[in-house]
Design a protein around this ligand. Sequence first.
Ligand code: AMP
Ligand code: MG
Length: 542
Amino acid sequence: MRTIRGFRVLIEGLAGAPFAAGSRSPFFCQKPDTMNAPENFLTDLPAFDNSFAALPEAFYTRLNPQPLSKPHVVAVSDEVADTLGLPAALLDSPLFAEIFAGNRLMPGSEPLAAVYSGHQFGVWAGQLGDGRAHLLGGLRNELGHWEIQLKGAGRTPYSRGADGRAVLRSSIREFLCSEAMAGLGVPTTRALCIIGAEQAVRREEIETAAVVARVAPGFVRFGSFEHWASRNRPLELQQLADYVIDTFRPECRAEANPYDALLRDVSRRTGELMAHWMAVGFMHGVMNTDNMSILGLTLDYGPFGFMEAFDAGHICNHSDHQGRYTYRNQPHVGQWNLYRLADAFLPLLVDPAAARAAVDETYGDAFALTFERLMCAKLGLREALPDDETFIGETFGFLQEHRPDFTLFFRALSKLSCSTAESKAGATVNPENRPKTENALRDLFVDRAACDVWLDGWRARQAQTPWPDAERQASMLAANPKYVLRNWLAEAAIRKAKHGDFSEVRRLLACLRRPYDEQPEFENYAALPPDWANGLEVSCSS
Ligand code: AMP
Ligand code: MG
C-alpha cells in the first residue's frame, strides 16, 4: 500500500510547513427574515425534488431569502441552465433576476439554511452553518439531481452577527472559478448565475451586494457530520449518513458496513480531488472542514488562486498567515480533514480503528494514482514506467528552482517535438543549435541552460516510450490548459463590473469553459500577469 509518504516523493524537496492555530469566530443566532408567499408564475419548470428538506428539522432552519431591491443579471452560465433544464422563457424574463436574487420563489422550492460545524485553520470552530446560503431545493431530470443554493441572499440563524450578504467582487470570483474548474475537468460545484444589486455592503470598503446561484448534487460538508458527532447525537449522525448514502451513494448499502464504505468513498474522492487541484495548479486557500464536500467536489470559492510563477510554498489567501493552505500542503490538509471526518464517523463504526483505516487504506493511493496519471498526461508519457515517480518529483524540484509560469510551461511543452532531428539538436551542448520551436518554453526561464538540461532529460524519457509527435502533442494539449482563472483576469473583470460593465465577466466565462482549446480571440487571457497585478492580494473578505 502506498501511504501519504509515497507522494511526498512526487513533490520532492517541497516539504510541508507545520499546521498553525487559527481563531474561531463568535456565534450568534438571529431570527430569520421572511418574504411574501411564492407565486405560481411558471408551469414548465422541472419538478422540484427536495431531498434535503425531507430530513428532520434539526438539520436546518426553513426560511426565505431576503429580497434585494432592483436586481440585475450580471452573467449566466448557459451550460448550467441547460443542465437544470430551465425554460428559455425564464432565462429571457425579468423574473430570472428576481428568482435568483431570492425575491421570488419558484413553485416547489422550500428554502432552508443548513447547520454544520467545522475545524477552521486547524482549530475546532463549533457551530457554523449556512450563514449566507439558502438552499432553494432540488430539481430532478434525466441528467441527475441538482440542488440550487443562493449564496448571499441574506441572514440566517447561522450568520453569527454577519450580514448574510456577498459582494459583487467575490461573487464574480466564485462564479467564474466554478465554471472554469468544470471546464478543466475538476470535480466542482457549479454556478448558474450572478445577480447584482445596488445595495451597499460594508467590507474593508463599501461594496455592492450580489448573489451567486450555486448548483450541485448536494452541499453536505465534512462539517455537517462533525456537527452531530461533536454534540454526541448519534441518531442525527446516522440519519445524515443514511441520507448521503441513499441519495448519492446507494452502492454503499450493499457493503458489510455502509458507513465504513461511505467514509472510504469520501476519502477516495477527496484524494482524487486533491490530485486534480495539484495538476492544474489550483490552490483553494481555505481548506477548512466546513468547506470540504462530502461528494468530493471543490466547494466554497474564496481566496483561491492558480499557480503562476511556480512556488510550492505559495500562500494564495492573504489571511492565511501561517501558510497552512499552501499548494504543497493541500494533499496533507486533505488527509488531516479526512481524519476529522473519520473521528466524526466513530459512532457509526463497530471498531474504532476502522475509522482511520478507512482513510489510510484509500486516500494515499487515490491521490498518488490520480496524481501520477494526471502528471503522466501533462508530461506526455505514453505509458507509465516505474521510475516516473522520480522523474515527476525531479520535475517539480526543477520548477521550484526556476519558477516558470506553471500553466505556460506545460502548454509550451505540449507543442514540442521529440522527432529524431530535434532530439539530436536538443542533445548538443551549443544552445544556438536548439530548435526555434523551443523558444516559447525556454523564454519562461532566466537560466535557459537549466531548461535545456531538463528538456534533454524529458526527451530521453520520451525515447523510452516513443509516441508519434502529432499524437503526443494532441494528447498533451488536452491535458495542459492554455487558460486558467488567473487573479489578474478576475480582477480586470471585477474592476469593469464595478462600473456596470459585465462584458469582461461574460468573455472570461466563454473562454474558461474551453480552457484546452486554442481561442485566438482570447489570446491575451493566456498572458503572464501584467505589472499592475504584482501586488494583488485576495483574503477571506467576501
Ligand atoms: P467561509 O469562510 O466563506 O467558508 O465562511 C465561514 C462561515 O462564515 C460560514 O458559516 C459562512 O456561512 C459564514 N459567513 C461568511 N461570510 C458571511 C456573511 N457575510 N454573512 C453571514 N455569514 C457569513
Ligand atoms: Mg464556507
